[in-house]
Design a protein around this ligand. Structure first.
Ligand code: FMN
Length: 335
């Protein structure tokens, strides 16, 4: 790594305890012990995706990851999880150093519990006003993620979020940029704009160490950027967070699921909170079908627009060294 790239990544590396300031974003079902340990062992930073895991399963996953790596790694928890506080207690028991809270602002008590356990708290900031609020509330780092990303997405692109937010907040705490990053040139650019590091998901999902089914990986290798489309909300009364995934029969099944849940809302058989939870359970199940069972027709193939740059299975260490080399070359040509 060149002195310039080392310098640009220093703050992110110091924060994460890694050799490069590249996080492998948590991907439900994909980001388990093998991928997480491989990422951290290769000098990056891995995150366990807790998703809908029970506290007992998370306990076992953290313990297993620790047997595979001595390097730091983190845990990603979803704010909507009904047992969030128990999951935080599991992380505390294992002295997990970094916790990412995804899916909304930290619910009451969660921030204190995480900080009380001595862990660093990382949150997603979907807009500048929320970023400022999160900074005031005491989070340690932020991720800004654009709509090019795979999985649940916001409405604004990475390039716009980075321009709007980095000049305002990058001097206050480490900010990691995510969404649509497939090559090192883009990493260099965001670092130069003030980011402390980056978070990639799609680029790592099909690594050799990823347990994703061969069918899932094949679908990624064949896809181009335009195949990774955002889900559509069909009923204005039922707000669903859009999800970016490769288009397949499963995309239609999601439309049918929304209709079913909207009808039950209308009939009064379901409260809004429960309706939204059902939608999230649907996604967790659909993603499992594709990632674990290999049902790439009916399951969910969550993928970002950078999927067109994922061509073959490669070990995590090779992906990282490619990204670093591309970033170095880009910085070198800038003189
Ligand atoms: C298959 C898949 C599953 C994902 N699952 C989660 C998740 O469970 N929690 C989360 O916070 N983000 C999730 N994400 C988002 C990633 O952590 C990461 O932020 C995103 O992939 C970055 O954008 P990129 O895909 O353009 O690299 C997922 C992404 C993918 C592709």
């Amino acid at each position: 790594m060149s002195p310039r790239l080392t310098q640009l990544m220093q703050r992110g590396c110091d924060f994460l305890g890694s050799d490069v300031a590249i996080i492998c974003g948590a991907m439900s079902w994909v980001s388990e012990r093998n991928l997480v340990a491989a990422m951290s062992n290769a000098g990056g930073f891995g995150l366990i995706a807790c998703g809908a895991m029970t506290p007992e399963l998370l306990d076992a996953e953290i313990a297993a990851t620790k047997t595979l790596t001595q390097k730091p790694f983190g845990v990603n928890l979803i704010t909507m999880h009904p047992q969030l506080m128990d999951l935080i207690a599991v992380c505390a028991k294992h002295q997990v150093t970094h916790i990412v809270l995804a899916g909304g602002l930290p619910p009451s008590g969660s921030l204190d519990a995480i900080k009380g356990a001595g862990a660093k708290l990382i949150c997603f900031a979907p807009a500048l006003s929320l970023a400022k609020k999160l900074i005031r509330s005491g989070v340690d780092a932020l991720v800004i993620e654009g709509m090019e990303a795979g999985g649940h997405i916001g409405p604004v692109s990475t390039s716009v979020l980075a321009q709007e937010m980095l000049p305002e907040i990058a001097d206050q705490m480490p900010v990691f940029v995510a969404g649509g990053i497939g090559r090192g040139e883009a990493i260099a650019a965001y670092l130069e704009m003030g980011a402390a590091g980056v978070q990639l998901g799609t680029r790592f999902a099909c690594a050799t160490e990823s347990i994703a089914h061969a069918n899932f990986k094949k679908a990624f290798f064949r896809a181009s950027a335009r195949d990774a489309v955002a889900s559509v909300q069909i009923d204005p009364r039922l707000p669903v967070i859009p999800v970016r995934a490769l288009k397949n029969a499963g995309s239609e099944l999601f439309t049918a699921k929304q209709r079913e849940v909207a009808n039950r809302l209308d009939e009064g058989g379901l409260a809004m909170m429960e309706a939204q939870l059902q939608i999230e359970h649907y996604w967790a199940g659909a993603l499992r079908r594709a990632v674990i069972d290999g049902d790439v027709e009916n399951g969910s193939l969550m993928a970002g627009q950078s999927v067109g740059m994922v061509k073959q299975e490669e070990p995590i260490a090779e992906i990282i060294s490619e990204l670093v080399q591309q970033a170095d070359t880009a910085l070198g040509t800038r003189g």
